[in-house]
Write a protein that binds this ligand. Structure first.
Ligand SMILES: *Cc1c(COP(=O)(O)O)cnc(C)c1O
Length: 472
């Protein structure tokens, strides 16, 4: 089963390739997403509620044997025309289709400019470097995120400093930011983690007061909104990922967005060897004006992106409706505390559906045993992230020549760093409480949500027996 150290991607991979339980596997390979209006489940929730069948882990019938909506979605009728045109044209390196995607993505977000690049990690690195975040600087990050947020900071030579989370929302806790600011703090990366918006109306004034650059990591938050403004458009830059698991999937891909033309020109230049903004692919004599990199996308990735973008808005609506419905179904169960959205959130992206599992509500059944029981009922689920603020990758960076030449010895003392970057709320989320469902499950029907709720209730009802089993 999904152990504590299984990454989100590994979870999704296992989930979609091998199936979390054998009965899911055959139909996972069919493209059931083509008809999201799956027929009504055979067993109405009211019947499941009153059934006394024993847990699937103990040989009972599972609540669900049907497959879940697969991801990503590909519809040949609508999705293949432009892709084939691109492939047949022989123009494969970035050109007009990439520009078309950038314009449409900017339009979808209500932002002036967008730049399509190789991935979200490098979107963050580009944004950091072109906002002049460098070796010796400190950058505030939440510990409850995908590792790429922190890797991007380390790649610039800057030092990540962790600010603990608000466990109710899973987001960086604005009340804990100021205590972490020093003379060296130059930037903050609010991450709209799980696709739920961070509390920007608190974060932005603090950043302004302390003159911090704000780079939003919106890699999981496509089309999420605060007061009807899309996330990724509040800071100096917003960064997105189009990796296979993300709500807009290209396979690999990322974007930087901003309203600042000069900044976006620099970003474009950086991803194209430092050539001046506007220099085309194949220019070899235009002269490079800045230290650059090569992070260009391809035309066929852009064509896939355009096909996916066409359905993103409708999918986002479905995820919001199903998430709200599921939340209402399960929040009454003792020990289940679903995510909370901040008051000004008008739409979330729900890359994941998170809740806190509090074992006291389940007679002390450990989270790992809860997950195993739920998976056996036909409900894929995971415990989410491991703590990021104490892992060896940090020490590896600190021991590199680049870090050793820039930072005084005591600041590279890993033990001391870990002690100064404690995040107890995050520890509790990662090690004890967080549970996730993936976004593709939220593309199903209300009956699918009923199955999830029924399975959780069944596990709850059978907690005694499951505890005995977990102790065997
Ligand atoms: C996926 C992700 C990234 C990195 O994006 P890639 O495209 O995989 O490089 C960064 N931050 C967060 C929060 C992510 O979920």
């Amino acid at each position: 089963m999904a152990s504590k150290n299984v990454s989100r991607r590994e979870f999704i991979r296992r989930n979609s390739l091998t199936g979390l339980s054998a009965m899911l596997s055959p139909s996972l390979f069919t493209n059931s997403m083509d008809s999201p209006a799956t027929p009504v489940s055979d067993v109405p929730i009211s019947i499941i509620h009153t059934t006394s069948s024993s847990p699937a882990l103990l040989g009972g019938a599972p609540v669900r044997t049907k497959s879940w909506p697969t991801w990503p979605i590909w519809k040949p009728e609508t999705d293949e025309k432009q892709l084939l045109e691109v492939i047949r044209s022989g123009i494969w390196s970035r050109a007009n289709v990439a520009t078309e995607f950038e314009q449409k993505w900017a339009q979808a977000l209500g932002v002036k400019r967008s730049l399509l690049v190789v991935n979200g990690t490098n979107a963050l690195i580009i944004a950091l470097s072109q906002l002049d975040i460098r070796a010796g600087d400190e950058v505030l990050v939440p510990p409850y995120t995908f590792i790429a947020t922190v890797s991007a900071v380390l790649a610039t030579g800057a030092m990540p400093i962790f600010v603990d989370v608000d466990p109710a929302t899973f987001q960086i806790d604005p009340a804990k930011i100021e205590a972490k600011i020093t003379v060296r703090t130059k930037a903050i990366i609010p991450v709209h983690i799980l696709g739920l918006p961070a509390q920007m109306n608190q974060i932005l004034p603090i950043a302004k007061k302390h003159n911090l650059v704000v780079i939003e990591d919106a890699c999981q938050a496509h089309l999420a909104e605060i007061n009807h403004q899309k996330v990724g458009t509040f800071g100096s830059a917003g960064c997105f990922s189009f990796q296979n698991s993300k709500n807009l999937a290209i396979g690999e891909g990322g974007a930087v967005v901003s309203n600042d033309d000069a900044f976006m020109d620099r970003c474009f230049s950086y991803q194209n060897f430092g050539n001046p903004y506007g220099a085309g692919v194949g220019s070899v004599s235009v002269g490079s004006i800045r230290q650059g990199n090569k992070l260009r996308t391809t035309e066929y990735q852009a064509a896939i992106g355009l096909a996916q973008l066409a359905r993103l808005d409708a999918q986002t609506t479905t995820r919001n409706e199903n998430a709200a419905y599921l939340k209402a179904q399960i929040e009454k169960i003792p020990g289940i505390v679903p995510y909370k959205l901040y008051d000004d959130v008008t739409r979330a992206a729900f890359h994941l559906f998170p809740f806190r599992y509090q074992k006291e509500g389940f007679k002390g059944l450990p989270r790992a045993a809860f997950l195993k029981a739920l998976q056996a009922e036909g409900i894929p689920c995971s415990n989410g992230y491991a703590t990021l603020n104490n892992q060896p990758y940090l020490n590896d960076a600190f021991r590199s020549k680049n870090f050793q030449k820039v930072y005084p010895k005591e600041r590279l003392d890993f033990k001391q760093y870990v002690a100064q970057n404690q995040c107890p709320e995050n520890d509790k989320l990662c090690n004890e409480e967080a549970v996730w469902f993936t976004q593709n499950m939220l593309l199903g029907t209300k009956e699918d949500m009923n199955d999830i709720a029924a399975a959780i209730e069944k596990v709850h009802k059978n907690a005694d027996e499951l505890i005995k089993l977990s102790k065997k």
